[in-house]
Design a protein around this ligand. Structure first.
Ligand SMILES: C[S@@+](CC[C@H](N)C(=O)[O-])C[C@H]1O[C@@H](n2cnc3c(N)ncnc32)[C@H](O)[C@@H]1O
Length: 360
């Protein structure tokens, strides 16, 4: 089925012709907010070629834990910064596929495949870029249950049919896999004036979902409840653009959505993290509420147990029956704007707006 529409054509022009580097952006929507990065991730990002980095338009850090040997798909990979950083971390036994619809972005990404292979000292390139639409991964040759982890950085908002994107992500993920992605969300349904604004659409603002809609879509499609990893507020400062958005507020949020078997064990359980995840030896943070200090028993909800036992994190934990009186709250839907307001009022993060105090 064809995906082409006025919106995709305009987005292609925006990323293919209008923007040359991240300095050309009109808002802060497509730039990563300051946040603490684990050293191994920082080091792998530092290895990525300068030209690739100069065309990075992401809005969050989409490098999850435990990547070694994984098959990763990046939706809307752009010039390939996240793909190459992840290519280093998956190692020579892992593989990264980036998919994008814009020729100019793909051209830059493809130019540096051999460069990174040599730099990483891998016998073969472990990265490929394909041209296609993320609403239709089948046409791009991505098979059912073929991917361990999907990442995406500031792209889904640019698609008209978000449901199709999430359905396709669900289809291609293996059971136990996850969609770990950063995107822009709004605190309200946006007016037609905002939705039809070409620059704001290109800047990842006009296509922002109301945050609640993501939870509804995830449930409908079959994902576990989305987990917030980090969030940060987006300021639109240019007076003409500010006037168009009025009182609408925007946040960039990193979510993780797991695909689990529906008949998984979902009993409250006691787990002990064994410290074996690279970069998270002292503690592993699954989301902003769920942290596992190494060697310490933690009681987890049924949903969290299903995630741990279905996923690549399974072997990083010991599992025991919880004491009979144990209770624990399930992760629920979270309004990112409430998270940000509470972070502001508590002056968390020493004045920074990102509310992921640590990345793992
Ligand atoms: C904001 S940029 C982000 C690029 C990259 N993820 C990064 O962090 O630098 C959005 C990218 O998504 C791509 N894109 C937008 N809609 C798409 C779609 N429906 N299918 C494939 N690629 C798409 C654009 O071509 C562009 O390269």
């Amino acid at each position: 089925m064809s995906v082409s529409s006025e919106i995709t054509d305009s987005v292609k022009k925006y990323y293919g012709e209008k923007l040359q580097t991240s300095d050309d952006l009109q808002t802060t929507a497509c730039t990563t907010p300051a946040q603490r990065m684990p050293k191994h991730i920082l080091e792998s990002i530092k290895l990525v070629h300068d030209e690739v980095v100069s065309k990075y338009y992401g809005c969050g850090l989409v490098v999850p834990e435990c990547l070694e040997g994984m098959k990763v798909l990046d939706l809307g990979s752009g010039s390939g910064r996240d793909c190459y950083a992840i290519a280093k971390l998956v190692g020579s036994n892992g593989f990264v596929t980036g998919i994008d619809m814009t020729d100019e972005q793909l051209k830059v990404a493809n130019k540096y495949i051999d460069y990174h292979q040599k730099l990483f000292k891998y016998p073969e390139p472990n990265t490929t870029f394909v041209k296609g639409y993320i609403e239709n991964l089948k046409d791009a040759g991505i098979g059912d249950e073929s991917i361990d982890i999907i990442v995406s950085n500031c792209v889904i908002n640019l698609c008209k049919d978000k449901k199709r994107v999430l359905e396709e992500a669900y289809r291609v993920l293996k059971y136990g896999g996850e969609l770990y992605f950063s995107d822009v969300y709004a605190d309200q349904e946006l007016s037609d004036e905002i939705r039809q604004h070409e620059v704001l659409w290109g800047e990842c603002v006009s296509g922002a979902l109301h945050w609640q809609t993501l939870y509804n879509l995830a449930k409908e499609i079959g994902f576990e409840v989305p987990r917030v990893v980090t969030c940060s507020s987006l300021e639109i400062t240019k007076p003409d653009l500010k006037e168009v958005v009025g009182d609408a507020r925007f946040a960039s949020v990193v979510y993780r959505l797991f695909k689990t078997h529906k008949d998984s064990n979902r009993e409250i359980t006691q787990v002990v993290y064994n410290g074996s995840i690279t970069g998270c030896e002292n503690e592993f943070k699954l989301d902003r509420h769920t942290t596992f200090p190494e060697g310490k028993p933690v009681i987890v909800s049924g949903r969290t147990l299903a995630i741990l036992q279905n996923s690549r994190f399974k072997e990083d934990f010991l599992y025991k029956s919880a004491p009979c009186c144990a209770t624990v709250a399930e992760i629920k839907e979270e309004d990112p704007f409430v998270i940000l307001a509470s972070a502001d009022s508590k002056k968390l993060n020493n004045g920074a707006q990102c509310c992921g105090s640590k990345c793992c």
